[in-house]
Design a protein around this ligand. Structure first.
Ligand code: AMP
Ligand code: MG
Length: 423
């Protein structure tokens, strides 16, 4: 039997206020319901880019595989050097990257060696070419060197049998290179998360059709498609669904049957929520919250059968903010990512005056710039209405104003979260 509380049990907890849910509390509740997908696929190194490793990658070799030189110079025996004088050694041959010296270095000898060249048997130290003089097949080396200098030991980066990468790590370009450096052609990754989404609203028109009176084009399906694609999800776009209980029920059922996660936008604001709520309570277990944040107050989360459900607000900016603050982490966790690092943020002075009421977290859209003296500051993108999608497009960061914060005067330090790499 599962020890996990049900959403209904959680909603009876003392500190639970569905009409003013703090951002971190809502995240915690959602996190308790997420278990990562378990299906594993084996894919080639290139195809693994953007996927999540389903097992540790164990190194089948020592890295580097041989003792090798970190410099262009001469390999020699440290015992041949004098600490306070110059010695002259015979250059017995060369060791270039990929073409090693075949013999054993004898006393009184040095071998010309290039970066990455295998250190010959008998040698224990590399002297940089800038620190020697060469003449007639001989090399003169002064004092002041250290035994073992400029030499990379076999297995120094990674020993055979050690994990080079961990289960749950995302495969980025560095990881594809690292996997290839071990001679591994295929890795196990989790299958992609399948996410179905649709927009709700009688006023919505799909692009390509003319707008009637009071109608608007559906933009949320495009931002949601983009955000999901960037996260590496398999997307199932179910279009626009009218505000009609029968059509919505059919859409929810179909989405939950084919996807791991169902995301909708619109239909969760006051008035509309009631009928969607009844419908979802019939189909699954769903809670509605008014989150203490701006933009993005109404949010629904729950399960419909085995699928997770996120009911995002309708306003285009609210959709993006709630996605990044709640859905993104949840999707990463479901995709097998472990650990999930918090989105990085840092503090910079704000040059704008910001209106902010205490009691909720605000995510204003900002433009982070560096002035001529190299100092960073942020300014707001102008009007912050939750329907103004242009504010997201102009912004390169979120300005995060915490619950207790009031109005911001120019010069105040504020937290910013850079969008690049996240969005
Ligand atoms: P709702 O939550 O359904 O009341 O929607 C709130 C606001 O967002 C309304 O002004 C809607 O017209 C707008 N909206 C809802 N869905 C979309 C969408 N898919 N694209 C653009 N705007 C939308
Ligand atoms: Mg609506």
């Amino acid at each position: 039997m599962s020890t996990r509380p049900t959403l209904r049990e959680l909603s009876c907890a003392d500190d639970y206020d569905p009409n003013s849910m703090p951002v971190p509390r809502a995240r915690e509740v959602i996190a308790q319901f997420l278990s990562p997908i378990s299906t594993i696929e084996r894919v080639s190194v290139r195809a693994a880019l953007g996927r999540v490793l389903a097992a540790d990658v164990i190194s089948p070799v020592d890295v580097p595989s041989h003792d090798n030189s970190a410099m262009d110079g001469y390999a020699l025996r440290f015992a041949d050097l004098k600490s306070d004088g110059t010695v002259t050694l015979k250059v017995a041959g060369s060791s270039f990257a990929g073409v090693p010296y075949q013999g054993v270095l004898k006393t009184g000898e040095a071998v010309r060696i290039m970066t990455g060249g295998v250190v010959p048997a008998g040698a224990d130290t590399i002297v940089m070419q800038e620190h020697v003089e060469t003449k007639d097949g001989q090399v003169s080396v002064g004092g002041g060197h250290k035994k073992g200098q400029n030499l990379r030991k076999a297995g120094e980066d990674l020993q055979r049998g050690q994990p080079a990468l961990r289960r749950g790590q995302p495969v980025r370009p560095a990881e594809t290179g690292l996997i290839a450096s071990l001679g591994i052609a295929e890795v196990p990754v989790y299958r992609r998360l399948r996410v179905a989404f649709f927009s709700t609203g009688d006023e919505l028109v799909s692009i390509g059709l003319p707008l009637g009176e009071g109608q608007i084009y559906d933009s949320n399906r495009y931002t949601i498609h983009g955000m999901l694609t960037r996260l590496g999800c398999e997307v199932i776009d179910m279009g626009v669904i009218r505000d009609d209980p029968q059509l919505l029920e059919a859409a929810f059922r179909e989405a939950a049957a084919v996807a791991d996660v169902v995301i909708t936008s619109g239909g969760v604001s006051v008035g509309e929520a009631d009928f969607v709520k009844d419908l979802l309570n019939k189909l699954g277990e769903v809670v509605f919250w008014k989150i203490a944040m701006k933009p993005g107050r109404p949010l629904a989360y729950g399960k419909i059968g085995n699928a997770h459900f996120f009911g995002l607000p309708g306003n285009p900016v609210s959709v993006m903010v709630t996605f990044y603050q709640f859905v993104r982490d949840a999707l990463l966790k479901l995709s097998g990512r472990d650990p999930i690092e918090a989105l990085p943020s840092f503090r910079v002075p704000c040059t704008s005056t910001l209106k902010k009421a205490p009691g909720r977290t605000e995510f204003q859209r900002g433009i982070l710039t560096r002035d001529a003296s190299g100092d960073l500051s942020v300014r707001v993108t102008g009007e912050q209405g939750s329907g103004i999608l242009r504010s997201m497009s102009e912004a390169n960061c979120f300005i995060i104003l915490p619950t207790e914060q009031g109005n911001v005067t120019p010069g105040t330090l504020v937290d910013v979260q850079v969008m690049e790499g996240v969005i």
